[in-house]
Design a protein around this ligand. Structure first.
Ligand code: M6R
Length: 610
């Protein structure tokens, strides 16, 4: 959620810190701040409400420099987005940035107030700064020992970096529940909550593990595990290439990422669809031992990734007869659920750092599941590292907060997985061939939709003044209706809800009148006639229909009914195909409304807090 960076070098680090904050801005963007220890050994700090650019402008007016520093871009949890609440938080010579939530901050705050500390902010983070100061002043020891004692008193989650101007060559960083990576340079080292921040300066990274604490100077990095043991964490060479300024010909990352989908899907299929069969040998030798045993699948995910899970349930059950349940991770983790016999946990996540999904995975390990399989877009993510089996979506970095290509590539991988698991569960040859043939033409089908973008842009004006929109679909298009509604509300701030079309008459029909747009997803499938009846229910109540329909579905424009005729598509990939026009619709509605498409209000790309 928030973005953290730190640097220690033999030269001024402020430019690096600012540039990195820009790269992390997609993680949180309601305020930003930076602190350095200057050449006189004092902490200099600047914070601003709003985007990193506001901080950068302030630093042009009041330049500060230092060879060691920390910086932060915030997504508010405790305390509104104000300058006082922005990080870094300072307690005399101690400065702290923090990502996560300190759950016992109230009791620590009371204790620290009794000890004479005066709190400036409403954040939970400020307790870390004062506690560090107190521990150092009254109990002493090295900064590492001090921070070790501090974190032993914290409950909750944190990725944190502590700077002490009395130790002007040393940063201490600690991870528990919020990711942290150390970037290894030559005579300079860096810390970040996301490897993207480090790419301009180094590809060599050390990912901290849960409970790790590290001391970082220009040329020495020492990592200690949660028991205080000096441990060696492997240095990894990243081969990610990313230029944050590179939107190419597009206005927004979201737009770029929508148009990248044919390529993202091709990359996801590469070397996995070969000689007319699916090859997921990358899962490793132990995979078949687990997958052959599977009698039930439990999918856990959040947001858009949850919607791909619901589509997958249709596929697992209808194509290979494997029972499948799907649950939102934040519910699953706090519910006593019954573990079915030989149940495989599948987690779906773009980032692989979503706190609820990770917590659900960790919980499942204690509950006797057969094993876990993660489908994720970030190779170095915690989710992939902590799962028994892993499949990478190869969408490329997704920057837009609204997830697009990560969703369609997740669905692509899920179809490959259906074949792979199905192979061990008597899947019919015909179904395998249907899936493979459909996947082969999928990039081309999406190109077809993308070429219709102007027609979809045309529709957007009809939505710009609306307060509410309903999305309906049936069968495996119901989760696509959910995804369409999520995209619209997320970036255009229009209230949108999705219903299984057959459910309208059980309540939502009461909402229908001449002001209520109803977006319908209408492929030419076995449920079409049923869907047509639901459409008539809306028409009879003067609802405004926008029907994304298969060209052969037999719809025509008429009063109150606008039909967007789409090319015929193979039934199996129809959920992926129909997602794209809904993404375009949301994008164009938001464009007309002038919202901040890549940084929608109140949201952040990677939800690393509960
Ligand atoms: O990184 P994840 O896929 O685990 O993220 C889950 C959700 O936070 C995410 O899909 C969110 O709903 C998107 N902003 C939707 O566009």
């Amino acid at each position: 959620m928030c973005g953290i960076v730190g640097a220690v070098a033999r030269h001024d680090v402020t430019n690096f810190l600012l540039e990195s904050l820009h790269r992390l801005e997609y993680r949180g963007y309601d305020s930003a701040g930076l602190a350095v220890t200057d050449n006189q050994g004092s902490i200099q700090r600047i914070r601003r409400v709003g985007k990193v650019q506001a901080l950068q402008d302030a630093m042009i007016e009041n330049p500060i420099t230092g060879r060691i520093g920390i910086a932060h871009t915030r997504w508010a949890t405790h305390g509104e987005p104000t300058e006082q609440n922005a990080h870094p938080h300072v307690s005399e010579h101690i400065a702290v940035v923090h990502n996560g939530i300190i759950e016992n901050h109230e009791s620590l705050r009371i204790m620290l107030i009794k000890r004479g500390y005066h709190f400036i902010s409403k954040t939970d983070t400020e307790v870390i700064a004062h506690l560090t100061h107190w521990e150092q002043l009254y109990c002493g020891g090295s900064l590492l020992e001090v921070v070790q004692r501090v974190i032993s008193q914290l409950r909750g989650t944190y990725g944190t970096v502590v700077m002490d101007s009395y130790s002007p060559e040393l940063l201490i960083t600690a991870r528990s529940g919020s990711p942290l990576v150390i970037g290894c340079g030559i005579d300079e080292n860096f810390i970040a909550s996301d490897q993207l921040a480090l790419l301009p300066v180094t590809n060599n990274c050390i990912f901290l593990e849960e409970g790790d604490i590290a001391s970082v100077t220009c040329n020495i990095i020492k990592v200690f595990d949660k028991y205080g043991n000096d441990v060696k964490r492997t240095e990894i060479k990243l081969n990610t290439k990313y230029d944050v300024s590179d939107k190419g010909v597009y206005y927004h990352y979201m737009q770029k990422e929508i148009y990248e989908q044919p390529l993202a899907i091709k990359n996801t299929l590469k070397n996995r669809l070969r000689y007319g069969s699916v090859d997921l040998s990358e899962l490793g030798e132990k995979a078949d031992l687990i997958l052959a045993e599977v009698e039930h699948i439990q999918i856990i995910s959040c947001g858009t990734s949850y919607h791909s899970g619901i589509v997958a349930r249709y596929w697992f059950e209808s194509l290979i007869g494997l029972p499948c349940d799907v649950e939102i991770a934040s519910e699953f983790r706090y519910r006593r659920s019954v573990v079915r016999k030989n149940s495989l946990i599948i987690t779906l996540s773009q980032s692989g750092e979503t706190a609820d999904t990770l917590a659900a995975l960790r919980l499942s390990k204690k509950n006797g599941y057969l094993g876990s399989l993660a489908i994720c877009n970030v190779a170095s993510s915690s989710l992939l590292r902590e799962s028994d089996l892993a499949l990478l979506t190869k969408a490329g970095i997704e920057i837009g907060v609204a997830s697009t290509k990560a969703f369609t590539t997740q669905l692509t991988v899920l179809l490959l997985l259906v074949v792979n698991i199905g192979r061990l569960h008597n899947i019919s040859n015909q179904i395998v061939q249907d899936i493979i043939q459909a996947l082969q033409v999928l990039p081309q089908r999406i190109e077809q939709i993308l070429s219709m973008d102007l027609g979809i842009a045309d529709l957007a004006e009809d939505f710009m003044d609306k307060q509410h929109v309903l999305f309906i679909g049936r069968g495996d298009q119901y989760p696509i209706a959910m995804e369409g509604a999520l995209k619209l509300k997320e970036i255009s701030y229009i209230h949108a809800e999705a219903y299984a079309a057959g459910e309208l008459k059980h309540g939502p029909l009461a909402l229908i009148d001449a002001n209520m747009p109803v977006v319908v997803i209408a492929p030419n499938n076995t449920l079409l006639e049923k869907l047509k009846s639901n459409i008539e229910e809306v028409r009879a109540r003067s609802g405004l229909l926008y029907i994304f329909a298969d060209i052969n579905a037999g719809f025509n424009n008429s009063v109150g009914m606008r039909v967007i005729s789409l090319p015929h598509v193979e039934e199996i990939i129809a959920p992926i195909f129909y997602t794209v026009p809904l993404q375009l619709l949301s994008y164009y509605v938001a464009l007309i409304k002038g919202t901040d498409i890549d940084h929608p209000r109140n949201l952040a790309k990677s939800v690393t807090v509960e």
